[in-house]
Design a protein around this ligand. Structure first.
Ligand code: SF4
Ligand code: SF4
Ligand code: FES
Length: 281
């Protein structure tokens, strides 16, 4: 994934900056306002080491609006409820349909995607904060590099040798496909990491999403070529044994991935791997 930053200072709608999402400037993109306002409170932070502050905005209500459409309005009209001009808030987004995971933030204290959070279903004022387990870049935009580096550490991919035609891949049973498919639905949003008491900025725990990807790729006939290397990481610092199995991760996963099953499966695999390694010394 290659996250983009939405920043109204980037320029005209649909262009400029870091490939920013379009900031609507007229009424064509949305239905007409109803006269009611939605109150949005945003946790602002100008940079990684800057102090945080709250700012409150009123956004004209429109039926079926989501949190990102509120942010787009505020970015185009960055004036607080007490009439003070401020900078446009910054957040991350991509697909706008709960596929890329980039727009994840705390909405009324709950971690979720802002593109699928409908205003009609939220209590007001709506509070928006950045996730707490990743460093803040600015405002609601966090740096999830640690997550992607951990996916690299466990080699969360199927290895292929070259880009030439390798012919058809190995046959996989329907039963195995049915088991693996839910795991492939991970959108790397980080909700499970945000909710996990064991995942903190001070430690190296990889968290439920990465463990689940270990299971996904270990159970692929070609991906299994790297199974031993993945399990070595799982048995090391920050690996699967650091999980306390409280299950917070499952509660917040937007794709309902069976994370506790994955954790149990990888723990079993790691135990077998450790026994084999002991006898092969
Ligand atoms: S079961 Fe608990 S400790 Fe383990 S990954 Fe999920 S939230 Fe974290
Ligand atoms: S496992 Fe679920 S909560 Fe965790 S990153 Fe993937 S989709 Fe998000
Ligand atoms: S913008 Fe991709 S999940 Fe929300």
């Amino acid at each position: 994934m290659n996250p983009t930053v939405t920043d109204a200072t980037a320029g005209s709608p649909g262009g400029g900056g870091n490939g920013a999402a379009t900031v609507p400037t007229g009424s064509a993109a949305m239905p007409t306002s109803t006269g009611r306002n939605v109150t949005i409170r945003i946790r602002r932070q100008d940079g990684p080491d800057k102090p945080g502050r709250w700012e409150e905005f009123n956004v004209p209500y429109r039926p079926n609006m989501n949190v990102i459409s509120c942010l787009q309005y505020i970015a185009a009209t960055p004036v607080t409820t007490d009439g003070r001009q401020t900078s446009p808030p910054v957040w991350d987004s991509g697909c706008l349909e709960e596929v890329c995971g980039a727009c994840t933030m705390l909405i009324n204290g709950k971690v979720r995607q802002s593109c699928s959070a409908l205003v009609d279903k939220l209590e007001e004022p709506i509070t928006l904060e950045p996730m707490t387990k990743f460093p803040v870049v600015r405002d609601l935009f966090v740096d999830r590099t640690r997550f992607f580096e951990d996916l690299k550490r466990v080699k969360a991919w199927v290895p292929i040798d070259g880009t030439y035609d390798l012919g058809p891949g190995p046959a996989v049973s329907q039963e195995k496909n049915d088991e693996r498919y839910p795991l492939s639905r991970c959108i790397t949003c980080g909700c499970c990491l945000e909710a996990c008491p064991q995942y903190t900025p001070a430690n190296r725990f990889v968290g439920a999403a990465v463990i689940s990807q270990v299971r996904l790729f270990n159970e692929h006939p070609t991906g299994a070529a790297l199974k031993g290397e993945r399990l070595e990481v799982m048995m090391g610092e920050g690996g699967v044994t650091d999980c306390a199995k409280a299950g917070n991760c499952v509660e917040v996963c937007p794709k309902e991935i069976p994370l506790l099953e994955s954790i149990a499966s990888v723990q079993r695999q790691a135990t077998v791997h450790a026994i084999k390694r002991f006898f092969n010394r």
